[in-house]
Ligand binder design. Structure first.
Ligand code: UDP
Length: 312
């Protein structure tokens, strides 16, 4: 039997590269598309030359025609520094990129999974966030290109489903961390670990009492695979994230302890529109996908610290 061809857009990025590994391990043929704006060849170097792996340098804002059996649409810079660097292109990636990928799914009648985000909830007034919550989003702020881009992508996914019957799967990914994150992408986990390993000051933005909940990447990948395997009626949106919530001060303390660092915490200004709290309600993921995160923060951080030690 012919191996199934799975397309992963953004396949050389942090999450995409872990997904490519997992799909190759599961004996699929993987086509990875990336424009390498934030994706890194290092993340997939070990797959280049593998008989089941194909790499295409391409920007999904432009049309592309491929024969595939399923699509994971992960392409988009996800860290605030990167998505704010070229905000017009961020919105284009979310909107035009989704239209191109949805067109491919429609032409071939194949399922397509959208990597949406907890950012669609903005600075949430409901806590924890359920999928029913509509969000609290500034449409003209520095985060808007990503937040509104991803919101519009969800709208497109659901309209392609309702209007032309595309088999869609929308997951809302909450903060995720692990090996293959970029050391300089400005995310809190990578920043704190790199700072701690170099015994540099740990930059706490604001008072450090804002919260996030952190999901280790292998848990997230399991959720993506389970979602893609659901029957057609399951469209989502479904939250995927770890409901255990930490303040940025707590995160910094744990990282200082695990690295044995001499770093001190220092206060820096809080970026505009920085959400004060974020924590997923994952009842749907539990009941529909039988999914919940298994890796504890300390265990995931240890693996992530090992990775950064090897590259920094
Ligand atoms: N943050 C911080 N120090 C840093 C980087 C980030 O205190 O060096 C804070 C940031 O203000 C936010 C949280 O950590 O409240 C998570 O930031 P990140 O950029 O990782 O993700 P997002 O804001 O998109 O959840």
């Amino acid at each position: 039997m012919k191996r199934k061809q799975i397309l992963v857009t953004g396949g050389s990025g942090f999450i995409g590269s872990h997904l490519c590994n997992r799909l190759i391990d599961d004996d699929y043929d993987v086509i990875c598309i990336d424009n390498f704006y934030t994706g890194s060849k290092e993340n997939i170097r070990h797959l280049i030359g593998h008989p089941n792996f194909e790499l295409i340098r391409h920007d999904i804002t432009l049309p592309i025609f491929l024969e595939v059996d399923a699509i994971f649409n992960l392409a988009c810079p996800a860290s605030p520094v990167h998505y704010q660097n070229n905000p017009i292109h961020t919105t284009k990636t979310c909107v035009s990129g989704s239209i191109n990928m949805l067109g491919m799914a429609k032409r071939q009648g194949v399922p397509i999974l959208q990597a949406s985000t907890s950012e669609i909830y903005g600075n949430p007034l409901e806590h924890p966030q359920t999928e029913e919550y509509w969000g609290n989003v500034n449409c003209i702020g520095p985060r808007s290109c990503y937040d509104e881009g991803k919101r519009c992508a969800e709208t497109l996914f659901f309209d392609y489903n309702k209007q032309v019957g595309v088999d869609i799967k929308v997951v809302r990914i909450f903060n995720t961390y692990g090996p293959n994150m970029l050391p300089d992408d400005g995310r809190v986990v990578s920043n704190f670990i790199v700072q701690a390993l170099n015994n540099k000051d740990i930059t706490i933005y604001g008072d450090g009492n804002q919260t996030r909940s952190f999901c280790y990447v292998s848990d997230l990948i399991e959720g993506l695979i389970k979602m893609m395997a659901t029957p057609r009626e399951v469209t989502g949106p479904i939250n995927l994230g770890n409901p255990k919530e930490f303040t940025m001060n707590e995160l910094a303390d744990i990282i200082i302890e695990l690295t044995g660092s001499k770093s001190q915490k220092i206060i820096k200004p809080l970026p505009q529109d920085d959400p004060t709290q974020r924590k997923p309600n994952i009842s749907k993921a539990k009941s529909i996908l039988d999914w919940y995160p298994k890796i504890q923060l300390r265990d995931g951080l240890k693996k992530t610290i090992e990775y950064f030690r090897s590259i920094v």
